[in-house]
Design a binder for this molecule. Structure first.
Ligand code: ATP
Length: 405
């Protein structure tokens, strides 16, 4: 081959090579980045696959039957009542610890043998329990009008044991276990219980007596037990049982199965009160407007052994309550709260609150932004017509008559 026919050797071009290497490095980085993205996607899809497999397995598992455990027999078998109604004597899986088998617990049963295979976690969801639960309510003592003596007593019996339990130890006394607030409806019992929870930064758990009484046997007792478990978990806490008379009424001679169920709920409540430490960080409060019908077992020392009476507010207290509820209202200068306090004899705190709201409504109805005395006068007439004037019911004895102090 002649020299002319030979391919010409390319000159060594450094910039070209550098550019080429640079572009290759760039490409490597891009590919590494792409690899990372793909690895991430792989992990994500792998997880999704695992969760779908688990879901598939869950869907494929045969259903278990939910039942309530009624009793455990000496030979280790148990009596359960399925949610459909009938009762069965069944065997218990060996993996269940005997201490978990408490009467009233929810259990699940194998479909074919009806053996207990699992003790279900207790339904401590407050909504399921029909309870109201507030972490440190937003009401303080300054929102309570009058009731100075009651606040003082509550502070001694509920606040001090929660905030300074050592003080009681040093003095060598035990704080009262349960505190019963009694008085006509709307006199501020719930309000004060919430205020003390606020001051002590405690969780406020409110259950209503009539809602603790359930349709199924043993259900009410279970609710009570779970309520106290919840209180211990959320401690410091205040358990407040409103309408205590719904479960704590004295037993009559003629008893129906419904009465027996109420009684069972009451017995569980007594057992819970007896079993807890008075210096602990769970306090029990209850309220009733029928203290006269309460079972004496509830009022025995070591149970609800401190009783606090909530009277109707006097004129001075009424003025304070009016001031509290009109704090945020746009009042015209002519409004005289003193006159209102004088004109609302026998009104409860709740009535006064209703009067303030109604007065505001009358102002709105008239297209005004300021509430005038005339609105209040109309509100008083509406909330407290002579026929609906609340009287202290006759069955509500004065404290000294009832408990001899
Ligand atoms: P019940 O027995 O019907 O449960 P109660 O005694 O627990 O009644 P509360 O629920 O505390 O009454 O009162 C209802 C409302 O009335 C309260 O939310 C509050 O706004 C108002 N109220 C009652 N008493 C007072 C008071 N002393 N000071 C300020 N507001 C009050």
């Amino acid at each position: 081959m002649s020299d002319a026919a030979k391919p010409k050797e390319q000159p060594f071009d450094e910039t070209y090579i550098a550019d080429y290497i640079h572009s290759l490095e760039h490409r490597v980085r891009d590919l590494e980045q792409e690899k990372r993205v793909l690895e991430g996607q792989y992990i994500k899809l792998d997880r999704e696959l695992a969760s779908l497999r688990a879901e598939l397995n869950r869907i494929r598992t045969p259903p278990l039957i939910a039942a309530t455990l009624l009793d455990v027999l000496e030979d280790g078998r148990a009596i359960v009542r399925s949610s459909a109604g009938p009762r069965f004597v069944v065997t218990v899986s060996q993996f269940i610890k005997p201490e978990e088998l408490k009467p009233g617990a929810m259990v699940s049963l194998n479909q074919s043998t009806l053996s207990i295979v699992e003790v279900l976690p207790s339904k401590k969801d407050p909504l399921v329990l029909g309870m109201e639960i507030e972490e440190a309510p937003d009401v303080s003592y300054s929102d309570v009008g009058g009731l100075e003596d009651q606040i003082e007593e509550i502070r001694e019996t509920v606040e001090l044991p929660l905030l300074k339990p050592d003080l009681f130890k040093k003095v060598g006394i035990e704080p009262p276990k349960g505190v019963l607030l009694y008085g006509a409806s709307g006199t501020g019992k719930t309000l004060l219980a919430r205020a003390v929870a606020h001051e002590t930064k405690a969780t406020f758990i409110r259950a209503i007596g009539s809602e603790l009484v359930q349709k199924y046997i043993g259900e009410g007792a279970r609710l009570v037990r779970e309520m106290f478990e919840l209180a211990r978990e959320k401690a410091p806490s205040i358990v407040f049982i409103d309408e205590l008379d719904a479960i704590g009424a004295r037993r009559m001679d003629t008893s129906t199965s419904g009465d027996r169920e109420v009684h069972r709920t009451l017995m569980q409540l007594l057992a819970e009160i007896d079993g807890f430490d008075p210096r602990g960080d769970v306090r029990i409060l209850a309220a009733t407007n029928r203290p006269d019908i309460l079972d004496t077992a509830l009022l025995r020392p070591g149970r609800f052994d401190r009783l606090i009476y909530f009277p109707l507010p006097d004129q001075k207290a009424r003025l304070m309550i009016f001031k509290i509820h009109t704090r945020k209202m746009n009042l015209s200068k002519d409004v005289d709260l003193k006159v209102l306090a004088r004109a609302t004899e026998k009104a409860t705190g709740a009535d006064i609150k209703a009067i303030c709201t109604e007065a505001g409504m009358f102002a709105i109805r008239d297209g005004r932004e300021q509430v005038e005395q005339v609105d209040f006068d109309r509100a008083v007439a509406k909330v407290l017509p002579p026929s609906r004037m609340p009287e202290v019911p006759e069955y509500l004895p004065k404290p000294e008559k009832m408990y001899g102090y």
